[in-house]
Design a protein around this ligand. Structure first.
Ligand SMILES: [Ca+2]
Ligand SMILES: [Ca+2]
Length: 487
């Protein structure tokens, strides 16, 4: 049985090796690889679209943390080689089984889901494969049932899109993938970590050069995980990779990679900058690493080394420090300042032209505790800013990203405060879970719990639901889907 399993696993790895999926923005192409595979045939971000010019070479991620209160764990990749812990699909409770024929990416546009909702009852309707396989109804023992949000239109608590259920999308264009720890490829841990991660990349505004991502980390195992950090690994290459610089901003929770001098050998004077913003959590640490065997900033191979980087330490565990080379300063720091100042702490910038070069950035969240059986959500955004932007304009774009994020009602289920005014919530608060018939006629809303259960009923021309504090989804054919917060 075990032999058969690993043969199957090997086959999957070969199959995934060259798999990428694309999301286009206004003038850039984002290529997302099969999770954890660093040997991309396509660069992570091409700008301008179709030019072949690279604005980001590779994009990858690590998850690190502490299990059982003492041991560090990591699910990581040596991004300078093909070695990666990640395998596609969800985690089994034991961590060492996988779903052999996991289908990979789901690329879905909002219009496709709208067409499905409109046409699913037509006799000649062909249910699109990506809607029928949307991972909300996994029936294999030991694996989670639901990996992606959906709306349970027919109220039977099962994702059955042929009866009108539909994937819950976050943007105009959406790309979903799921991964977990394979542990066999990394080989430096005694057991796999039964933690899985689903990433829903999405484009809110097709006229911008921004791709958001909702990252859901789920602990499927039987022990609590603490101090969990999600780290994005941004293998920078603004045209010529050898003259780049890195910025950190601990107030805006942003890291960015820009050209370190006026003229780039590939882009000339009009090079783009790449930004990465944490939207609903703080940037916990930023650091950069180099290819090779440096004892300070070299390739991480052991669990503790990934953990150090994610926590703003150098490879061996010494603290990143402000000033000098970042190793010999006297003030410990969590952020690399190259080319920018840490405004929170009033540090001065390191000058770009004194410190330019290849930048492979590790940008990490702050600590998250994920108890057994629990999930947590992190929302991030990647952006490209064209035309040799200066530091102020990069900061301004990060600010605009946060404004867009805060002003958009796609934060379903993340527990952040209600945005804008929804009259219905006021009515809920005042009248105890009763929506007036006027509101009902206007919106014809149906209220769903976050797990997709329908919880509202219609009585005497009004919508009623049990009155309890929480966050719900309100779906209406007359208005866009909204979050309903009752507190
Ligand atoms: Ca259903
Ligand atoms: Ca460059």
């Amino acid at each position: 049985m075990r032999i058969a399993f690993y043969i199957a696993f090997g086959f999957i790895q070969i199959g995934l090796f060259s798999q990428t999926a694309q999301l286009s923005t206004r003038s850039s192409t984002f290529n997302f690889n099969a999770l954890g595979q660093t040997d991309l045939r396509n660069a992570a971000i091409i700008f301008p679209r179709g030019s072949g010019n690279i604005a980001l070479k590779r994009l990858n991620f690590w998850v690190t943390g502490i299990k059982s209160g003492k041991d560090t764990f990591s699910i990581g990749s040596d991004i300078f080689s093909d070695r990666s812990d990640w395998v596609e699909g969800p985690a089994h409770t034991t961590g060492d089984e996988f779903i052999a024929n996991w289908p990979g990416f789901w690329l879905l546009e909002k219009g496709e889901v709208e067409a499905h909702r409109k046409n699913y009852q037509n006799i000649n309707y062909m249910l699109p494969n990506k809607i029928s396989t949307w991972p909300s109804n996994i029936s294999q023992l030991g694996f989670p049932k639901t990996l992606a949000a959906y709306v349970d239109d027919d109220l039977n608590s099962i994702y059955n899109p042929s009866n009108g259920d539909f994937p819950f999308l976050l943007g105009e264009r959406n790309l979903l993938s799921v991964a977990t720890d394979s542990f066999r490829k990394g080989g430096y841990k005694s057991a796999p970590i039964p933690l899985d991660i689903s990433l829903q990349y999405f484009v809110l505004d097709t006229n911008a050069n921004r791709v958001y991502c909702r990252i859901t980390l789920c602990n499927r195992g039987l022990i609590d995980l603490s101090s969990v950090r999600f780290s994005a690994i941004l293998d920078g290459q603004i045209g010529n990779a050898l003259d780049d610089a890195m910025l950190s901003d601990s107030i805006l929770n942003m890291v960015a990679i820009k050209n370190g001098q006026e003229v780039d050998a590939v882009y000339g004077r009009n090079w783009p900058a790449l930004g990465y913003v944490l939207c609903n959590r703080d940037l916990g640490a930023s650091i950069y690493i180099v290819e090779g065997k440096s004892n300070v900033s070299g390739e991480a191979t052991k669990s503790a080394e990934f953990y150090h980087y994610a926590n703003g330490m150098w490879l061996g565990g010494t603290s990143l420090s402000y000033g000098g080379s970042g190793v010999d300063g006297t003030v410990p720091s969590n952020y690399v300042y190259s080319g920018f100042s840490d405004t929170q702490n009033g540090k001065e910038p390191w000058l770009d032209n004194e410190n330019i070069g290849k930048r492979t950035v590790v940008a990490s969240s702050t600590n998250m505790d994920i108890a057994k059986g629990e999930c947590t959500v992190l929302d991030v955004c990647y952006f490209i800013l064209p035309n040799a932007p200066n530091i102020d304009s990069i900061r301004l774009e990060a600010k605009r990203v946060i404004e867009e994020y805060n002003g958009t009602d796609f934060t379903l289920g993340t527990g952040s405060p209600q945005k804008g005014s929804i009259r219905i919530s006021t009515i809920f608060a005042k009248a105890g879970a009763l929506i007036s018939s006027e509101e009902h006629q206007l919106l014809s809303p149906i209220i769903y719990a976050m797990d997709g259960r329908r919880i509202s009923v219609e009585r005497n021309g009004a919508i009623q639901m049990p009155y309890s504090k929480g966050i719900y989804i309100m779906v209406s054919s007359k208005s866009k889907t909204q979050r309903l917060v009752i507190n």
